[in-house]
Design a protein around this ligand. Structure first.
Ligand code: NOJ
Ligand code: CA
Length: 706
């Protein structure tokens, strides 16, 4: 940390206009460019409260802070100020891979130390950080006399809004984030109406709450995103919605088994409660506030993992063309609600089929091949209650030769990506973690996709509760010991932990591409990803698995991808992840000129610029590839066609780029003519502009090669 004592002193006098009387106290901390102000105060009865302003505008009005405990009185009032302390940070750190190489962490901080007036004089600290792109605060529980742990039954952090914001939200499900986004006024949020979605293997929405990140836009065009950072040894936070008074209140995921939300030894800290504040929607995507609120890299050199594109034995199972299990009973067609056409299918993960994918990857500059259904246990997967002890993460099926395949892949410059479907039986997985990661190490494999489909065993635990938060963390830490990077599906949401543990490479945690293969509600609508870019993507990298070329899904008459082919290409740039799948079947890419874009596009970025965008409508993102200096641009639209003009001003001076523009053909439409694509080759340099038409559900992708 860089400390400027002199500046700090001046700052103390100028910015902290504190008034400390017996009953009330007030102090504030402004962001470095004075864009955002966090104002903390104690009411006359000693209740901690705060407001947040952006410039002259109050964005969070008087809001409470407090806690309820299992075996002691709540924290709500009766506090006095013991001390306040300012801190300041201006550091720049490097992402080993990411949306950008360098990240500036620049804030003014304030620690407020409180103590109850009455015995037993319990203590509570509140740490606040004001950034130019938002504010954050967390609670810190210092050591207390006579108590070595606390049991939290609820956290009462309020966010009182000042108007009825347009809100992009998913329900506050305790088990899964795989919901479609809703666009309503805050006063019209009704999460409980979303209960019991037939396509979800586990879902629990106990109250009218939303999951984070949740993004809002106000009348003036101001955007707010509520989320949390550094979710460690704590329960995930939903936000309960007060539709009458237009407020949000933290709601922690509980353990029904244990009868509380969080148990922790003292001293302890909560995750950061974050509010990203932006005047333009695109600034939300450029904000690195969430990562900045996490601790620096604890793993050191992680160059054993390389960002990559990958193919895999995956889409064929979701289409119902092959199965995960050897006996060919567990295919998507047999799951009653998941598709109607019955076709005869066989096991997907055979040695022979895997070689076919490896050959395809090697021929198209894809670094990895994911193989699902390689191990025993799949015949007791979906629909089975007792899944404890079923999956085996070291024993391949008899038709899958792991030794031969890892050597075959290596020889072709490809790495197998391991797959661990835990079926939401984390205790079984924990028992095998060491041996499973050891097996990977032995074969030189550095990435695993994990999965948590189903209700958590033991009963009474939820995917987003403290017990599972700790499980997901344990998997990351254990995997790191064996130089393994993790891409979790059905995960706990990302909260910037990738800064501390960069082997957290990617996650699902949203309705991914798979829903387009079998969802009973028509699949992801065209507005889905233009919302995801400004909500879910603010949490961290997404394993969305783009790249479907056979858009109309001929073998699935009831399903379709609701984008054009050009949009599938755009997703490689729009959605950030250091691993990006080319998810379609190898035969569907054969002879398709659009494949050249997937071959060329980068996966690791020097810098990112959001060129334009509105939540739920459209977004255009340009990213500069590390090492090469090549640029790639992706733009997507919702169900509306539109024209986007790109100003290539962001390119470096005096450099000519060989450009290829992949865009919707004139008659393209996501419903009627999704694969109509036109490819234009030209030269582009700084100062040029180009107007591109996007079809309904369409998009475009541009490669700019030096
Ligand atoms: C759900 C994951 O999201 C999907 O990608 C995977 O194929 C299945 N689980 C099986 O593990
Ligand atoms: Ca999933």
């Amino acid at each position: 940390m860089q400390r400027f004592n002199f500046i700090l002193l001046t700052f103390l006098i100028l910015v902290v206009s504190s008034s400390c009387t017996k009953e009330t106290f007030e102090t504030s901390v402004q962001s470095p460019s004075k864009t955002n102000t966090f104002n903390f105060f104690l009411t006359e009865n000693g209740t901690p409260m705060y407001t947040v302003s952006h410039g002259e505008t109050m964005v969070i009005d008087t809001s409470d802070m407090g806690f309820e405990f299992k075996d002691q009185e709540a924290f709500s009032s009766g506090f006095k100020i013991v001390n306040t302390q300012l801190d300041q940070m201006d550091e720049t750190w490097e992402m080993p891979w990411g949306e950008q190489r360098k990240v500036r962490n620049y804030y003014n901080g304030l620690l407020v130390q409180l103590e109850e007036e009455k015995a037993p004089n319990r203590k509570l600290d509140i740490h606040i950080k004001s950034y130019d792109d938002g504010v954050a605060f967390r609670y810190e529980f210092p050591e207390q006399e006579g108590r070595d742990s606390i049991i939290i039954t609820e956290e009462n952090t309020q966010f009182q809004l000042t108007e009825d914001y347009t809100t992009w939200w998913i329900p506050g499900d305790w088990d899964i984030y795989e919901h479609l986004y809703n666009t309503t006024k805050l006063s019209k949020v009704d999460a409980t109406a979303k209960r019991n979605h037939p396509d979800l293997a586990a879902t629990y929405i106990p109250e009218n709450a939303v999951n984070t990140p949740v993004t809002m836009r106000g009348e003036s065009g101001i955007h707010l995103t509520f989320h949390e950072a550094n979710l460690t040894n704590y329960a995930g936070m939903t936000l309960k919605v007060d539709t009458i008074n237009l407020g949000l209140t933290s709601g922690l995921v509980h353990s029904d088994r244990l009868g509380y939300a969080v148990k922790t030894s003292l001293p302890a800290v909560t995750p950061w409660r974050t509010i990203q504040i932006a005047e333009k929607a695109g600034d939300l995507i450029e904000s690195r506030l969430i990562e900045n609120l996490n601790e620096p890299n604890k793993l050191g050199d992680v160059s054993w993992f390389t960002p990559m594109k990958y193919a895999g034995i995956w889409w064929e199972m979701h289409l119902g063309l092959s199965t995960w299990d050897l006996e060919a009973t567990q295919d998507m067609n047999t799951f009653a609600t998941l598709g109607k056409k019955q076709v005869s299918v066989t096991h997907g993960a055979t040695t022979e089929n895997t070689k076919r994918y490896i050959d395809f990857a090697a021929a198209n500059k894809l670094g990895g091949v994911l193989v699902e259904g390689w191990n025993t246990g799949w015949n007791y997967w979906i629909g089975f209650e007792d899944r404890e002890g079923v999956f085996d993460f070291v024993t391949p099926y008899e038709d899958y030769d792991l030794d031969e395949l890892s050597a075959y892949a290596k020889n072709k410059g490809v790495e197998l990506i391991m797959h661990h479907e835990t079926s939401a039986a984390p205790r079984t997985y924990e028992q095998q973690m060491d041996s499973a990661y050891q097996l990977m190490q032995k074969h030189g494999l550095h990435a695993v996709k994990s999965g948590y489909v189903g209700k958590i065993i033991p009963k009474g635990e939820y995917h987003h509760g403290q017990w599972m938060v700790n499980h997901y963390r344990k998997a990351l830490e254990k995997a790191a010991e064996y130089k393994v990077a993790v891409n979790a599906h059905e995960p706990i949401k990302s909260t910037g932990l990738r800064r501390t543990l960069p082997n957290e490479i990617s996650k699902e945690g949203l309705r991914g591409q798979e829903f387009n293969a079998w969802a009973t509600d028509g699949g992801n609508p065209p507005e889905h990803l233009p919302i995801v870019a400004f909500t879910r993507m603010l949490a961290g990298p997404i394993d969305f698995t783009p790249g479907v070329f056979d858009i109309s899904l001929p073998t699935k008459p009831d399903n379709q991808i609701n984008t054009t082919l050009a949009q599938q290409l755009a997703l490689y740039v729009v959605i950030y992840s250091p691993i990006q799948m080319a998810c379609d079947l190898p035969q569907n890419y054969e002879g398709r000129p659009a494949l050249q874009f997937i071959r060329d596009v980068g996966v690791d970025w020097e810098q990112t610029k959001v060129l334009n965008g509105e939540v739920g409508d459209f977004v255009t993102i340009a990213r500069e590839e590390r090492e090469t200096g090549n640029w790639f641009i992706g733009g997507i639209t919702d169900e509306n066609e539109r024209q986007i003009t790109i100003d290539f001003d962001f390119l470096p001076e005096n450099t000519n780029f060989k450009a290829a523009i992949y865009r919707d053909a004139e008659d393209a439409h996501y419903q009627t003519n999704p694969e109509a694509l036109s490819i234009e080759q030209l030269e582009i340099k700084k100062g040029d502009t180009k107007t591109i038409s996007l079809a309904p559900g369409g998009g475009f992708a541009i490669s700019l090669i030096k």
